[in-house]
Design a protein around this ligand. Structure first.
Ligand code: PHE
Length: 361
């Protein structure tokens, strides 16, 4: 290749380099010139075939062509890289003056049943109660027989029980119809003095505006040598005052019947409805919120406790009921419908953890 031909190749390549609009296009130009089979590389490879006297000066010319091309490539690469960065920065610019998007902590809600369960456990824990638990699927013995409800007892009919299929050994598990089986589990496991509450889900085959097939109770059990009905009344009154956050509550203890307590009572709480607002401790409306009584001697015998030595009280409180009352939620079925709008309205911020010191609600 003559000197003018080298010059024209050089200006052709420099021109192509200047015209490359992207880093990708520039790379193509580089490969076509300096790549293994590139035009400049081929000239370099041809040098070996030349007679030594030509090789030196021609070699210098080709080498200077190569260097010029390499320098032009590098200069252009720097320009294109800077442009690409600028373009990327412009595209990905973050507007730091925009408001912060709400995270899950701000958007998430705790279900009122969970919140109220926490409020209840906080109050009873403060009175020295421990928290006990039992499974949703119970034995017939724990749910009924041990609670003084033998197989033919009519009280079984009141419970609208969900039964499981009979096992080969003839036993028939149930979805617990109340939290009272946790009384049995606790008394079988631990020795008195006992002071526990047991919140949890319970199930009855029943559904209308005030009943759902699954709902929530909290069981209370105190067993000691001198526990009496006065203690029961005091505990429930203190609980209601703390829960409803009022200095006085109106409570009505009505004689009732449960096979596992004697005597037995049902407790109503007095309230007034002013417009849509519910006021606890005023008015002349009553809502039943719990059943209670002194633990029946047969129950104590069933768990191996001597009824001449030990006695105590138990209660079962409807969590959903008192949640409706405290937070003015009219329809029980909405609790379990999974409607996000309902939860946004009635739910609690995740960090609003109820404490007696900080205020329950
Ligand atoms: N288990 C009873 C119910 O579900 C409530 C209760 C519990 C009554 C403890 C007395 C003592 O209706």
């Amino acid at each position: 290749m003559s000197a003018p031909e080298l010059d024209s190749l050089k200006s052709e390549l420099i021109d192509a380099i200047e015209r490359a609009a992207t880093l990708g296009a520039l790379e193509e130009v580089r490969v076509a010139a300096l790549g293994k089979k590139g035009r400049v590389s081929e000239l370099m490879q041809g040098l070996g075939a030349l007679p030594p006297e030509e090789r030196r000066s021609y070699g210098q010319a080709v080498n200077s062509l190569k260097e010029s091309v390499a320098a032009a490539l590098e200069a252009r690469r720097a320009v294109l890289a800077r442009e690409a960065t600028a373009e990327k920065l412009a595209l990905e610019r973050a507007d730091v003056t925009l408001p912060v998007r709400e995270g899950p902590l701000a958007e998430g809600r705790i279900h009122p049943v969970s919140q109220v369960t926490d409020e209840i456990t906080e109050i009873f824990a403060d009175m020295g109660f421990a928290i006990a638990e039992g499974p949703d699927i119970e034995t017939d013995f724990n749910n009924f027989t041990a609670l003084n409800i033998p197989p033919e007892h009519p009280a079984r009919q009141d419970h609208d029980t969900f039964y499981f299929a009979e096992a080969p050994d003839g036993s028939r598990p149930v979805l617990r119809t109340h939290t009272s089986p946790v009384q049995i589990r606790t008394m079988l496991r631990e020795k008195p003095p006992l002071r526990i509450i047991a919140p949890g889900r319970v199930y009855r085959c029943d559904s209308d505006q005030t009943h759902t097939p699954m709902f929530h109770q909290v069981e209370g059990l105190v067993i000691d040598e001198e526990t009496h009905l006065g203690h029961l009344k005091w505990v429930l009154e203190e609980f209601c005052k703390a829960f409803f956050e009022v200095p006085e509550v109106k409570m009505r203890f009505r004689a009732s019947h449960f096979p596992f307590t004697e005597p037995s009572m049902e407790v109503d709480i007095g309230y007034a409805k002013v417009g849509e607002e519910i006021r606890i401790g005023e008015g002349d409306r009553w809502l039943e919120i719990l059943g209670c009584g002194m633990v029946h001697p047969n129950v104590l015998k069933n768990v191996g406790l001597d009824p001449d030595r030990y006695q105590g009280f138990a209660f079962g409180l409807g969590i959903d009921r008192i949640a409706m009352l405290k937070y003015g939620m009219p329809d029980l079925r909405a609790f379990f419908a999974g409607d996000l709008r309902w939860l946004t309205h009635y739910g609690f911020p995740p960090l609003a953890i109820p404490t007696l010191a900080g205020g329950l609600s």
